[in-house]
Ligand binder design. Structure first.
Ligand code: C2E
Ligand code: CA
Ligand code: CA
Ligand code: CA
Length: 274
């Protein structure tokens, strides 16, 4: 039994070491990726359900890895979030996305003047002492008005994190919009929405997938409550006309999804101008 126990410990030890090595490798790859300009942003439109007009873009990061090809965020953001690297990535995304919207606006003020840019901000980055300054810098350098920047956060950020809360307050005071991402997947209840430092609610795409009447009723309830609390609502993951029709019925005013537009590089967006 003794030998058996030691064997297991060794296997565990080896597995842990492998896990740590893989993570260390990925972190060093991300670092060189940042230095080598291997990251890029794709932009997905958020549309007004009633008018079909463009309301916003969400910036979504991609990694053009020299060996692995195009790497989706789910394969490196979770690891990056466990280290200060996520703050470096976040800074880069903020700078790039604000500059892109400013450029589109200069090129085509008529169709872009009111459009906003949404950027995903991780919990660690939101809590970092320099975040507010970084946002101010990005706005200053790009020349973009604060009202045209949306920061998307997930609710994990809001759980007992006084620093994050203070930062959200400062950012909103600047005029920046705060959006709660993936709503309905975590612990935040509809009643708590009233007390949060947010302006917009994004209903997670899993809710739109379901044809179950109870789920539909829940979506309706979320939209009604959000409106009562003066929040805008974006439905995520719209893939069919039927889902879009349902949103009209429910009174959800904004939508995002493959049916309305896939994330694309800047040069491929529909209203890109040369
Ligand atoms: P998210 O913020 O919830 O972003 C929406 C994800 O859903 C995107 O995946 C988008 O491509 C995808 N999506 C949009 N419409 C549809 C649809 O109709 N059907 C389906 N099946 N999917 C749709 P993506 O780009 O792979 O990003 C995944 C996640 O990675 C994001 O989820 C976000 O949490 C994270 N992420 C992406 N970019 C960044 C970033 O710049 N910074 C940080 N911190 N996280 C990011
Ligand atoms: Ca998002
Ligand atoms: Ca989301
Ligand atoms: Ca998500």
């Amino acid at each position: 039994a003794k030998g058996n126990g030691r064997g297991r410990a060794e296997i565990f030890d080896q597995a842990l070491r492998t896990e740590l090595e893989i993570r260390a490798q990925l972190e060093s790859d991300i670092r060189s990726g940042l230095a080598g300009d291997e990251f890029e942003l794709h932009y997905q439109p958020v549309m007004s359900v009633a008018t079909g007009s463009l309301r916003s873009y969400e910036a979504l990061i991609r990694w053009r890895h020299p060996q692995r090809g195009m790497v989706p965020p789910n394969e490196f953001i979770p690891t990056a979030e466990e280290s200060p690297l996520i703050c470096e990535i976040g800074r880069w995304v903020l700078a790039r996305a604000t500059q892109q919207l400013a450029a589109w606006t200069r090129q085509d003020p008529d169709s872009h003047g009111d459009v906003t840019m949404a950027v995903n901000i991780s919990a660690r980055h939101l809590a970092s002492p320099s975040l507010v300054e970084e946002v101010r810098d990005a706005l200053h350098v790009s020349g973009l008005d604060a009202r045209r920047l949306v920061l998307e956060i997930t609710e994990t950020v809001l759980l007992d994190e006084p620093t994050a809360d203070a930062h959200l307050r400062d950012l909103r005071a600047l005029g920046v919009t705060v959006s709660l991402d993936d709503f309905g997947t975590g612990y935040t209840s509809i009643g708590q929405l009233q007390k949060l430092q947010i302006d917009t609610l994004k209903i997670d795409q899993s809710f739109l997938r379901s044809d179950d009447p109870a789920t539909q009723a829940l979506v309706r309830l979320m939209v009604t409550a959000a409106h009562a609390f003066n929040l805008d609502v974006v439905a995520e993951g719209v893939e069919t006309q039927e889902q879009l029709d349902r949103l009209v019925t429910i009174g959800c005013e904004l939508a995002q999804g493959y049916y309305l537009g896939r994330p694309k590089p800047a040069q491929d967006t529909e209203i890109a101008v040369s």
